[in-house]
Ligand binder design. Sequence first.
Ligand SMILES: [Zn+2]
Ligand SMILES: [Zn+2]
Length: 495
Amino acid sequence: MKLFHNAKFWHKGSFSNDVKAILTKQGKIEKLLNHIPEDTQNIQRVDLKNSYVYPGFIDTHTHSFEGGLYSLMIDLREARSIKEVLDMIREGSQNKGKFVFAWNFDENRIEEKRFPTRAELNSVVRDKNLVLRRVDGHSCAINSFACFNLKSAFRTIRCDTDIQRGLENDTIVHWFHNNIDSELILRSYHAASDLAIKGGFTTIHTMVGDANMSIGHYSLLLDHLNDFAVDYVLYPQSFNIEAALEVGAKRIGGCILADGSIGSYTAALFEPYQGLPIRGNLYQTDAYWYDFISRAHQNNLQVAVHCIGDRAINQINTVYMALANSDFRDLRHQLIHCEITDDTLINHIKASQAVPVVQPMFDQLWGGENGFYARALGKERSQIMNRFSAMVTKGITITGSSDWYITDLDIRKELDAAMNHHNPAERLTPAQAIDLYTKNAAWLSHDEALKGQIKEGLYADFTILNYDLAHPVANPLIAAIIKRAEVIHENFPTE
Ligand SMILES: [Zn+2]
Ligand SMILES: [Zn+2]
């Protein structure tokens, strides 16, 4: 048994004075105490140094494999000249296997304003496959060793220019991902797990698979699930229902696409983009989604679909609504992103009981009167985006996430973005923001009897901050992470 004390504990929506200490037994919360017992023989006392204890935070949508993998690779974001690029690759390639991957390259930040040539790449990596990827992912450069191997695998690869674009670029990146061995896959998930813990999470939902027919390395990950510091909730990110059922998945989907993105003008809208005669694209027909989602539903799989524009959200929600009316099951189907919603659409989401899985950081990065969303969609429509407060007020359960690696995996930033929405009408209170990443998030994966609150009988999973969310501080810290009553990360303020 352990006794956690000397802290404020988040209980039933506030830092209540009713809880002064927590007694745990075998990783679970045994008892909430309204006093601090003095004589506690055989009980290990853990002093939490006057900090603030929240339920372990849960990020409900990440791409952890890519996030973890890229964190192990060569990040060229800071490079300012060709020489710096080459030095970073030379040094970074030392401890890599047969595949060296450098990313975040941006020729506009480079003195010479160009990509390195193939000869330059060969001068630093000669006997391993080297892929250097542009920051937006839409082009890359490779060394001669990689060219040779690619040419023998794919007839379409010509390798006659220094920069590979379009289909060649896609083939190369796909080839890189497919050639990663199990050891590096697991290393990537371990790196992601460590970053999640440091970012303040005890559980993260993660998308596995390439979104086409493959569920990727789902089984490999399943076999190693207990090895990671963080709890992973797995999604076979695929349209393959049979494969998902075969591995025993309880859900299917993730960023399987109903539409594209606002950045590439492919998010599907009811009204055209600002100043353009286009409304984005629906990637599949209504009939396609109806067939896919109802088959998953009949097999008791929770479904998650990426939908950003109002036309795409409406398309998916219409299917959820039809199933809720004809064959209700408590599966908690998800609308991933769910960014553009007028009041009518919000009413429809309430009726379908779908769960919007939102990204507060998207508003932080691209919202606001002068932000990218307002430029692409017009000011008026940018006011009906990421409507956290409107949805919560309606009684819709929403959950929060980073979509990492798209935005940072850091609970402090995510909560801050949820409370400080560009549109004052959509700001959440601290308690509402916390719910998105605790109670609601645990409920999303049907884990509400195990996680999401500081409550007797639940896991002793805590995220410990050096501040009360309602009173921001200059130096917000993730002071500690406690999982199943074990301190697995510690960074208490020094004085
Ligand atoms: Zn995603
Ligand atoms: Zn997505």
